[in-house]
Design a protein around this ligand. Structure first.
Ligand code: CMP
Length: 233
């Protein structure tokens, strides 16, 4: 997938899926399995990075606090994603919290073991680099989009991204697979909750999305993508 400016705001397939079979099998033998309950932190900002986590089942959110102390969701993580690589590679502290959205199963791999694995498998090293580069590109895009004046266009952009990450095809359209609350959706855009509710209402009335308390379905993705560019009134 290209990373050009006109590319949709999508990310690569999860890290694990991008590895060749023998390398993937080797990685899956490493570390120890662990389970986290919904809302439990897998790792916390500021802690030393002495392990990485390979997500095997369930969704997580990567969160940080803005200058006023409000929580911002930087991204969501899906099965196959790798977390904690930044502090492990840079040898520093965690840059964000990673929190379970539902019950999650991971493999926790010690930093020393993971670093050895990367040296032994240059193709995996490259894929870690791809993940980090991709996050960098998305963060830059998000930052430049935060001044998009149209609230509806900003909400539409994030919904389109979520469809790319965890969309489930249903007869009614693309259901967003991650059970995000309205507060979490607001933290992900990021935008005030009331503005998000108003934007969702406009999208609903335009026949682009259908939503209930924790489930959003993108009924018309083409129209959603048009709105990410032009907005609606
Ligand atoms: N903007 C981001 N998007 C996606 N994942 C992130 C982002 N920032 C941090 N992470 C992940 O969250 C982890 C927190 O611990 P690390 O800093 O070790 O490594 C980080 C990445 O794996």
């Amino acid at each position: 997938m290209g990373l050009g400016p006109e590319a949709a705001e999508e990310r690569e397939r999860p890290f694990l899926e991008r590895l060749d079979e023998p390398v993937r099998a080797r990685l899956l033998e490493m570390g120890t399995p662990q389970t986290y309950e919904s809302r439990q932190a897998l790792m916390r900002a500021g802690e030393p990075g002495d392990f990485v986590m390979l997500l095997r089942h369930g969704y997580v959110k990567v969160t940080s606090a803005d200058r006023m102390g409000a929580t911002v969701i930087l991204d969501v993580g899906v099965p196959g994603d790798l977390h904690g690589e930044i502090a492990v590679i840079a040898g520093g502290i965690r840059m964000a919290d990673v929190v379970a959205i539902e019950e999650v199963h991971v493999r926790r791999i010690a930093a020393s073991e993971f670093n050895r694995f990367l040296l032994d498998h240059p193709s995996a090293m490259r894929e870690v680099l791809v993940s980090v580069a991709r996050r960098f590109v998305l963060a830059q895009r998000q930052r430049t989009q935060s001044w998009k004046p149209q609230a509806v266009a900003r909400v539409a952009t994030r919904l389109d991204y979520l469809v790319g990450v965890c969309g489930i095809r249903t007869p009614a359209g693309w259901r967003i697979g991650i059970p995000l609350s309205q507060d979490e959706l607001a933290q992900f855009i990021p935008m005030g909750r009331t503005m998000v509710a108003q934007a969702l209402d406009k999208l609903r009335k335009a026949g682009v999305v259908a939503s209930s308390r924790r489930a959003i379905t993108v009924v018309d993705r083409e129209a959603l993508r048009m709105i990410t560019e032009k907005g609606v009134t």
